[in-house]
Write a protein that binds this ligand. Structure first.
Ligand code: UDP
Ligand code: MG
Length: 348
């Protein structure tokens, strides 16, 4: 029995890469106003990639239960220079689930994840593809070049988050990396094999290893609408990422407990010392109450942390599907040679 997984058969060089092509996965949630323009840009991009690398492309739009006309517009998009798949989820499952749905439906070799709100510049995709085909990199990820536009508090929170999640980790998740990234066929195959339901894409894409490359860029401003992540959701996502990816909070809890116990022991010694040597009986009330409250608070906090992990175990145990597809359509571009799903499965 083999306990690991061998994806070496899917390694690519410049010649085989082009034949397998590229799937561009775009999660869209209430992106109706800009979707048609975005699609035009992708068509232009696909033409460029075809000329430069002989690469056949497809786009997989995952409509994450949009409440506006996103799905209606997505249905009408034409497959001019690249194949168009529209996968519509049965409700809003969240971006991570939408990315997974896109990865599951991608039929080409390499996979590129990109937002549908215009913040991820299509011109940068040419650079990413270049690093994959010419440079031989498996995971080409983009990261914010700087966070000058963000508040001091937010920058510190982000720093703290990455410090904690990478604490003692063998494969460190690069700070500031986004979901805008390209995976070679073997890296995509590896990502597909990870069985967990609580997915934290940035973490998993790092964890799989292979040749990784960071590309710095400055995200464009959103062209329409507003971000769907408010501070409360970002905190939720961070806790989600932390608990589904690292046991650092649990270790932190144990160490903090140990520290507190040592502190209490030393405090006890000092009280003994005072009573024996100076003969003073220590007035105990305030220190007793402070001690009790500290220990009570810390215990509740730690139980909360443990509870987060138990919640994770429960949701993994229930093993519910991460998403449901309500509707799926495929349009083939005239010049693209069809690559069916069965070809990919056979290759794996
Ligand atoms: N998105 C999604 N489901 C959601 C929220 C967002 O599919 O529940 C998509 C959204 O349409 C966009 C991408 O995820 O293409 C990034 O979302 P957003 O721009 O709101 O996030 P930000 O860029 O601010 O991180
Ligand atoms: Mg955005």
């Amino acid at each position: 029995m083999m306990l690991g997984s061998d994806v070496s058969g899917l390694s690519t060089n410049a010649a085989t890469a082009a034949a397998q092509g590229l799937s561009i996965v775009v999660p869209v949630y209430n992106e109706a106003p800009g979707l048609a323009i975005f699609h035009d840009r992708l068509n232009t991009l696909a033409e460029t990639l075809k000329q430069r690398h002989g690469l056949n492309c497809e786009v997989v739009y995952v409509d994450d239960g949009s409440a506006d006309g996103t799905l209606g517009i997505a249905r009408t998009l034409t497959a001019t220079a690249l194949d168009v798949q529209v996968v519509s989820l049965s409700r809003n499952f969240g971006k991570e689930a939408a990315l997974m749905a896109g990865l599951d439906h991608a039929t080409r070799g390499a996979v590129l994840f990109m937002d549908g709100d215009g913040q991820h510049p299509p011109t940068l995709v040419e650079t990413l593809v270049g690093h994959w085909i010419d440079g031989g990199f498996d995971v080409v990820y983009t990261a914010k070049a700087h966070r000058d536009d963000e508040s001091f508090l937010r920058r510190q929170a982000v720093r703290g988050f990455y410090k904690l999640i990478n604490w003692g980790a063998r494969a460190k998740i690069p700070a500031d990396a986004g979901d805008f990234r390209l995976l070679s066929p073997r890296a995509a195959a590896a990502l597909r094999q990870l069985p967990e339901r609580n997915r934290f894409f940035k973490g998993l894409a790092t964890w799989i290893g292979f040749k990784q490359l960071r590309v710095d860029y400055e995200p464009a401003a959103r062209e329409h609408g507003v971000t769907s992540f408010n501070p409360r959701q970002l905190i939720g996502l961070s806790i989600e990422g932390l608990t589904s990816f690292s046991v650092a909070p649990l270790r932190f809890a144990s160490m903090f407990g140990l520290l507190l116990a040592v502190g209490a022991f030393l405090f006890g010694l000092s009280i003994l010392w005072e009573t024996w040597i100076t003969g003073k009986s220590v007035p105990g009330y305030p220190s007793l109450v402070v001690g009790l409250m500290t220990i009570g608070g810390v215990q509740l906090l730690m139980i909360g942390i443990v509870g987060e992990y138990i919640g994770k175990i429960l949701s993994e145990l229930k093993a519910r599907p991460i998403y449901f597809v309500a509707e799926h359509s495929v349009k083939r571009a005239p010049e693209n040679t069809a690559v069916s799903t069965t070809d990919r499965t056979a290759a794996e």
